[in-house]
Design a protein around this ligand. Sequence first.
Ligand code: ATP
Ligand code: MG
Length: 563
Amino acid sequence: MSQSETSHSTNFLRAIVQQDIADNKNDGKVVTRFPPEPNGYLHIGHARSIWLNFGLAKEFGGECNLRFDDTNPEKESQEFIEAIKEDVTWLGYQWADEPKFASSYFDQLHEWAICLIKTGDAYVCDLSAEQASEYRGWATKPGKESPFRVRTVDENLSLFEKMTAGDFDEGHCVLRAKIDMSSPNMNLRDPILYRIRKITHHQTGDKWCIYPSYDFAHGQEDAIEGVTHSVCTLEFQAHRPLYEWLLARLPVPSQPRQYEFGRLNLNYTVTSKRKLKQLVDDQVVSGWDDPRMPTVAGMRRRGFTARAIERFCDMIPVSGKGNSDIDVAQLEHAIRDDLNEQAPRAMCVMDPLKVTITNMADAASGADEWVNAACHPNRPELGERELPFTSEIYIDRSDFTEDTSLSRKKFKRLVLGEWVRLRGAYIIQAHEVLKDEQGSPIEVLATLVPESLGENVEGIKPRGVIHWVSATKGVEAEVRLYDRLFNHPNPDGGDEDFMAHINPDSYKVISVMMEPSLVNAKPEQSFQFEREGYFVADRHDHTAERPVFNKTIGLRDVWGAKQ
Ligand code: ATP
Ligand code: MG
C-alpha cells in the first residue's frame, strides 16, 4: 500500500500540489521541508509531518529539506540534532543535500531586519515584558501602541546595532515589526522579530547575542531555500498573515506559500517535547528511547517498524480543518498487521512449568531428537528452524490444569489425563502432577504418542496446540514487558497534571525459556512468539550470550475488531 494508493482522495495537500504542477507554478518544482527545533527527540506527531513533507516531495519528484529551526539556543543541543537525523533516516527518508540550519541564515536575517528598519517597518522597543503584554491587549481588546513606535529610522538603526553588539542586557529591548496594534489577529500586533539572549549557540558559538523569533525566521528560511509548499500544523494558521507580510516586504529570492494541516493526536499518549523531556528528566522512563515513549527512537526500540508507521500515516486523512484525534489502538493495529506479515515465528515459554516425558527412548541418556518447524505459516521462503525435542520440556503454567471439568471449548490446552499437541512436535498425554508444599504444580509427567509427529492419530483428539521449549536445550532469556505509559485516554487534557496519569504497571522484567535458535537473533529483529505476541531483540542489550527481548505488542487486535 503506497501513500498514493490510500490517501488519494483524503489528502487535500496532494490536490494543491498537483494543481500547482499543472499550472506550472514554481516552474513545476516541488520543494518542501521538515523543520524540527532540536530541543528534543522526534515523536509520532513529527513522524506524521515527516511522512507528509517527504512524501509529497517524493511523490511529485521534488525535494524535501531537513532544516533545524535552531533559534532558541538555550533549549537545543547537538545530541538532539544527531538523534533527529538518525530518526528521519530510520523512518526511510532522505533529505536533499546536507541538513540545513536556521542558524546558518543568521547573517541574512540580520540584514533583512535592517531592511525593515530602513523602510520604517520595524522599531526597537524598550517596554518590559510585562508592559508589552499589557499593551498587547487580548483577542477582544485592541492593543495600545508602544511609546517607542515613533522612534526614527536612524535611532532604530543605531539601537539595533547596539543590541547586536551586546551593549544591552537581556530583556532590555527587542526589535518589533510595526504592523497594527488593533488587528484582531494578535500575531500582527507588532510581533517580536529579534530578542537579546546572551547565550552560546550550539552552531554559531558566541557570534550572536540576539536571536530571531520563530516568525521572523521561518518564512525567510523557506524563501532562501526555495521552498514551494511550506506545510505546518494548524496552530500556525493565524501566523500566516505575518508570514506573508514579511515576505511581501523583504527582498527575498522566492515566495513560498504556507499551508496548514491537522496535528496528529493519539489517546493514552502525550506528544509534546516539553512533557516528554519531563518524563526523561524525572526518570519516569529510562531515556528518550525507552520503549514506552511515543518517540521515534522509543517506538523503534519497542519493535515498531518504519514500514508500519508509514502505513499508519497512510490510513489517516490529511485534513486542513481540524486535528486528527486517533485511537492509539489504530497505531497498534498497523504494527501488528506488519509484524504478522513479516515476523518469523518462534517459541518462548514465559512462565515455565516442567513436563517430563516418561516414554522417550532417550529419557535416561538425555540424548535428543530434532523436529522442524516452519518459520512462518504462509511464507515458505522464510524456511524452517530445528527445535530440540527432549524428554524434559517446559510449557507455560497457564497451559496446564488438573480441572477435568473444563469444557474442550473453554480450555484448549493440557488437562490432567488428556491429550494436547505440542506445536510442531508430538501429541502428549498428562498422567501425573508433582506439587510443592504449597500445592502448586512443579512438574507434570506425561507420555508422548510416538506416531503423532506431524500426524493425526486415530482415536486421539488433542484439546488444542500449545507451545513448548526444551528444558535442557532451551535458552534462558530476559523479557521486558511493556504496557501503555498512561492509564488515562487524555493524559494532558484535564485539570490534573499529566504525571498523575502514569500507569504504574507499564514495565516488568521476567525470565523466560526460549527455543535455542533465538540466540542467533540480531538486535532489532522481530519475532512472533507463538500465542504470546510480538517481541524484538533489544537494540542495545541483546547478545547471543544474554538474550534480551522487548515485548512489542500482544496478539489481540482491539482496533481491527472494532472496524
Ligand atoms: P512539540 O509541541 O512536540 O514541541 P513542535 O511543533 O514544537 O512540537 P517542532 O520541532 O517545531 O516541534 O516540529 C517540527 C514540525 O513537526 C513542525 O512543522 C510541526 O508542525 C510538526 N509537528 C509537531 N507535532 C506534530 C503533530 N502532533 N502532528 C503533526 N505534525 C506535528
Ligand atoms: Mg515548535
